[in-house]
Design a protein around this ligand. Sequence first.
Ligand code: SF4
Ligand code: F3S
Length: 364
Amino acid sequence: MAKQMSWLEREIDLGRITRREFVSYCSFVAGLFALPASMGSRIAEAAENAERPIVMWMEFQDCAGNSESLLRGSRPTAAELILDHISLEYHETIMAAAGHQAEEHRQDVLKKHKGEFIAIVEGSIPAADGGVYCCVGGQSAMDLVEETCRAAAATIAVGTCATFGGLPAAAPNPTGALSVADAVPGLKNLINVPACPANVENLTALILYYLTFNRFPPLDRLQRPLFAYGKAIHDNCERRAHFDNGLYAEQWGDDAHRHGACLYKLGCKGPVTSQNCPVVRWNEGTNWPIGCGHPCIGCAEPDFWDKMTPFYAHLPTIPGAGVGTPLDTVGAVAVGATAAAFVAHGVIKAVRDRAVPDNDSTSN
Ligand code: SF4
Ligand code: F3S
């Protein structure tokens, strides 16, 4: 019998990608892991040849944005990569099976592959009123996540709803929405991949890492992969030089805004938000929120709907996020540093204004 073509061989055959392009993508992924670019060929080899891990994707209280993100991945698309390099046994939105057939299959996988599969959870888990606000196949999300994640070898919580509760958990949280960590306390091997939605490049990179090294990458204190969440947005932002020089957009559409000045005064939460958006960007690396003139709203941080709002107020004026009432330990440092820098810029500007009349609105 003829050997089945791999995804990569098929794509090359169809002229949609070259081996060089795929290895180049894997070198980019190696860069995300802070590995030498030469590791790209090892990652590519692992992606082609590794045994496909069994994956169960559970979706609960959310907008399906992470599934959308998955399906709209760039070339090599995450859909192609993941559907060919993992064995996706359950995904309510995209699987062909439905009803009893789907639930039977889920039970089969739980029995036959206990302790062997990876659970991916999208959405928060409502715990109020016995969990009635989200049920699938007659079982509550609480029961499903407990049953599935406890039987998994590892769980990836994808998107801010699954990782931190997200929008459903915002005050007053009428459904008692919980993150996976809170719904299944003490769960071992939990990896959080937050953002609203999670960037598919980070999910793909996480899976490529697992295929290459047969383990998951180092995590931070919030269980997030360090390669994607190890630095604040502010650290790598393309507008950082303007922040350092005190060049801020004051109003939407003013000269400073149109000329790419820092968005801090328009409410940017980049100083207190960790993710690699400035490096990975979105939509095949086309752009990202700050790149197209919108402040970061902190979508990858815990409780962002409560702590990062109002979205268009700058950091020290946000209730609960001011200096002295920090978001968390990391946030405290960042908020403090930001506020201090902001005050310093104000002083410098005042001195400058006294010395030289300033008619350029972009130099604020
Ligand atoms: Fe970029 Fe926002 Fe930091 Fe300004 S405050 S440099 S726009 S991350
Ligand atoms: Fe979210 Fe801020 Fe990135 S809003 S997508 S963490 S730039």
